[in-house]
Design a protein around this ligand. Structure first.
Ligand SMILES: [Fe+2]
Length: 279
């Protein structure tokens, strides 16, 4: 298993200040670092990293508005695991924000006991759920949210996306069915770590940002153990997946033993491999 698991995500937003307030208030996040607001880092554009459920989650300022109606459910959906109490706290916070939600819904997925669906003020779809026993374990973080959960992504060419996530990221195809709300074809996949990926056959919607492995911006981060870093890069070469570290210079990544590389999935999502503690 070269890729350990889904680690973090950075989503496009149309207002960094509103996003910071929302992620802190609703998700119980803590602001870790604001970027792109000084002369040295301005070329990267404004983006903020927050600690949510012990993971580094980012919001990146879009270049344009998305021009799409906000819905409580849709693809992509980012998700976190939580507890029964966590769901209640998020419902209270969403009510304060006057944001509509769907749920809590029972057994919406085989790996979830109860799920709440909503969108952030920028229109990013989120789900928070209490994992079922044979789903993900619930690490004790003492936070409202307990971990990064499943991921639902757009896959306009479903077969191509399935192949990519099998060959590159080591996901196993569990089955094909349909998304219960939209009745679109959907593939269900799982990683060795137990994390789930749902690929929905739908168009790649507007992100308000040029999505490319070459342009610093929103992405999905997968963790690779330091001892497997070289093998993971060699495998990308073997598979002929173009990749590179677009942020090495600006982020001073070579200094701290952190390494990263970025690639595009068949739909247009940007995937990052990240490792830490390289000597
Ligand atoms: Fe990242």
């Amino acid at each position: 298993m070269l890729v350990q698991g889904f680690d973090h995500f950075v989503v496009p937003v149309n207002d960094i200040v509103v996003a910071e307030d929302f992620y802190v208030d609703v998700f119980g996040g803590k602001i870790v670092k604001r970027n792109g607001l000084n002369v040295k880092s301005q070329s990267l554009g404004p983006h903020t990293f927050m600690d949510i459920a012990g993971k580094r989650i980012g919001v990146y300022l879009q270049k344009t508005e998305r021009g799409q109606a906000i819905a409580t459910r849709g693809a992509p959906t980012y998700s976190f695991t939580t507890t029964k109490h966590g769901i209640e706290e998020v419902i209270d916070a969403l009510a304060r924000w006057k944001i509509t939600f769907e749920g809590p819904q029972k057994n919406s997925h085989p790996f979830a006991v109860t799920t709440l669906f909503f969108a952030d003020p920028a229109g990013n779809n989120f789900a928070i759920y209490v994992p079922s026993v044979d789903g993900q374990s619930t690490p004790v973080t003492g936070q409202r949210l307990t971990g990064v959960g499943y991921l639902e992504l757009e896959a306009p060419k479903l077969d191509e996306s399935i192949k990519f996530y099998q060959a590159v990221l080591g996901f196993e195809l569990l089955g094909r069915g349909e998304e219960p709300k939209s009745h679109r074809s959907q593939a269900s996949m799982r990683m060795g770590s137990g994390q789930y990926l749902l690929l929905t056959e739908t168009a790649f919607g507007p992100k308000g940002y040029p999505m490319s492995r070459k342009i610093p911006g929103p992405h999905l981060g997968f963790y690779v153990a330091p001892q497997q870093w070289r093998d993971a890069l060699a495998q990308l070469d073997t598979l002929g997946i173009p990749n590179g570290d677009r942020g090495e210079e600006a982020k001073g990544r070579h200094a701290g033993g952190t390494a990263g590389t970025y690639m595009d999935d068949p739909a247009g999502n940007v995937i990052q491999y990240i490792t830490e503690g390289m000597s």
